[in-house]
Design a protein around this ligand. Structure first.
Ligand code: G3P
Ligand code: MG
Length: 234
């Protein structure tokens, strides 16, 4: 089985992260999938942006959760690009045939079940369940997603703190482990395989690291440079 290539925040090594430009470029470069990050706005829209705050990627200031969609849309997030809504993104993935990994950016302090419900409903509306993976570092959101939308695959995002990633993912009903790539070794792969859990490491950008992931037999790599990954994994 070929190892899939997932463009992290789109082809973010070359274009402004989490923008339609970055997703379109990933498609042109031949990526199988993209990863994006989603938040809820003050007025209940779901938008594609990594941080809780807009200041790193734009000249604006403020927290996404405290801003309206109109306020967020007024920002330039690089090269004239605007923050996409999840629905704008899903329309592109529907048409392009690519897979999409939606990362739910939430944590205990700001957990709003409306985000999980809104993401699941949008995926259903576009009929894209078979091409979507929902991931999160906040694992309660994955359990909630699975109980509301059992047909949508989920992935546990984690670092070295999870000692038995396969058993842990299986217990949450997750099909995938999404570890930092430095955690992945032969024992890691074997433990996941024992539980039928597939491994999609992030963010694998170095050529040597890409080749190491290939040799370990991961399912998909999440990378800022999809063209480089395609070359190293071939
Ligand atoms: O989903 C993989 C990766 O995106 C997790 O970290 O901070 O880039 O969202 P981050
Ligand atoms: Mg992410």
């Amino acid at each position: 089985m070929p190892i899939l290539v997932c463009a992290h925040r789109g082809a973010s090594g070359y274009a402004p992260e989490n923008t339609m430009k970055a997703f379109r470029l990933a498609h042109r470069l031949g990526a199988d999938a993209c990863e994006n990050d989603v938040h809820l706005t003050r007025d209940g829209a779901i938008v594609v942006i990594h941080d809780h705050d807009v200041s790193r990627v734009s000249a604006g200031q403020g927290k996404v959760e405290e801003m309206t969609l109109a306020e967020l849309k007024a920002l330039d997030v690089g090269e004239g690009e605007r923050i996409p809504t999840l629905e704008e993104c899903l329309a592109f993935f529907d048409a392009s045939g690519m897979k999409l990994n939606i990362e739910i950016k939430t944590g205990e302090e700001i957990y709003d079940p409306a985000l999980v419900e809104g993401v699941g409903k949008a995926v259903r509306k576009f009929g894209l369940s078979s091409r979507i993976i929902i991931s999160s570092f906040y694992h309660k959101s994955l359990a909630d997603m699975k109980s509301l939308f059992p047909e949508i695959d989920t992935a546990v995002l984690h670092g070295p703190e999870i000692r038995e990633p396969g058993a842990y993912a299986a217990a949450l009903g997750a099909r995938y482990s999404h570890p930092h790539y430095a955690c992945v070794n032969k024992a890691f792969m074997e433990e996941c395989a024992k539980h039928g859990v597939l491994v999609n490491p992030w963010t694998v950008d170095g050529e040597l690291d890409l080749v190491r992931m290939k040799d370990l037999g991961v399912n998909m790599v999440i990378t800022d440079f999809p063209d480089r990954a395609l070359r190293c994994l071939a």
